[in-house]
Design a binder for this molecule. Structure first.
Ligand SMILES: [Mn+2]
Length: 268
């Protein structure tokens, strides 16, 4: 089975829809998103969130994403990043620890599942580097960082693939934007937890986003390869994972063919 893996779409509906369409055109039936998706954002709900309507139908980005997933008839799964509505995700009804809403499946931190005969684990969440510019309930939630309990829930049985938003502490990343030392120290809390999860579960492939760059590097002192994916509208935003070989290939979004069947059916 081949799975499209992407991250950091930041509520970009155009990019989300085009990527899902391209995935389907290339025969892919599964998409996994690594967080900072921005679905279920408060502004996608016309009414202020309340006990009665907070799980109701969304509009805006969430609606566009949900419609694209339905139209393409693909399975869409996602973990949380930092810029996600953690308050909303926490109240989704869970079935076997997974939560589904509007055709989108959320994988809570510590979830294990099988796909294409492989063992997957999920450990979302991260510290927001721009936390000072964000407001609680509007575009920031204090539950953004994973906890030691989340890592414990993931367990220590071996995984083939670990899905995270943050990278492990032992990996040195080239700076893609300036980060102050005190912010780096805050971010490191999550990085230490991802490190602990990698050491416990020894995955062959670890996927992460968050740092808005594309990188493939070994995790020092392990057999794990880290794949960091870039943000939306950049070449390294998505890759294809082959579960048969556990190898990763670039995903190329080919523009729609001008001579395809849909065009030929149009009256001349
Ligand atoms: Mn991001």
């Amino acid at each position: 089975m081949k799975i499209l893996i992407a991250g950091d779409w930041h509520r970009d509906a155009h990019w989300a829809v085009e990527t899902i369409k391209a995935a389907r055109q290339q025969g892919l039936r599964h998409v996994i998103h690594l967080g900072d998706l921005g679905a279920f954002w408060p502004s996608d709900y016309p009414e202020p969130p309340s006990r009665t309507n907070s799980l109701g139908k969304a509009y805006g980005f969430t609606r566009s994403l949900s419609d694209a997933v339905r139209d393409a008839n693909i399975k869409f799964m996602f973990i949380d990043g930092n810029n996600d509505n953690h308050e909303f995700l926490a109240q989704l009804p869970r079935r076997r620890r997974r939560a589904r809403m509007m055709g989108l499946t959320y994988l809570p931190r510590g979830t294990r599942f099988r796909l294409g005969g492989r063992r997957f684990g999920a450990l979302g969440g991260a510290y927001s580097l721009d936390r000072g510019q964000r407001r609680h309930h509007v575009d920031w939630w204090p539950e953004e960082e994973p906890t030691a309990e989340d890592v414990r829930r993931l367990g220590d049985r071996r995984l083939d693939v670990l899905l995270a938003h943050e990278v492990p502490a032992s990996v040195e990343l080239p700076a893609s934007f300036p980060v102050r030392p005190e912010t780096e120290a805050e971010a490191n809390r999550t990085r230490e937890l991802v490190q602990a999860a990698v050491e416990a579960t020894r995955p062959a492939q670890l996927f992460a986003g968050h740092w808005h760059q594309r990188l493939t590097v070994p995790v020092p002192g392990s057999d794990t390869v880290l794949q960091v994916l870039d943000m939306q509208r950049r070449l390294g935003n998505s890759v294809v994972l082959d579960t048969k070989t556990l190898t990763v290939e670039p995903f190329v979004q080919v523009p729609a063919r001008r001579d395809g069947p849909a065009q030929q059916e149009r009256p001349a």
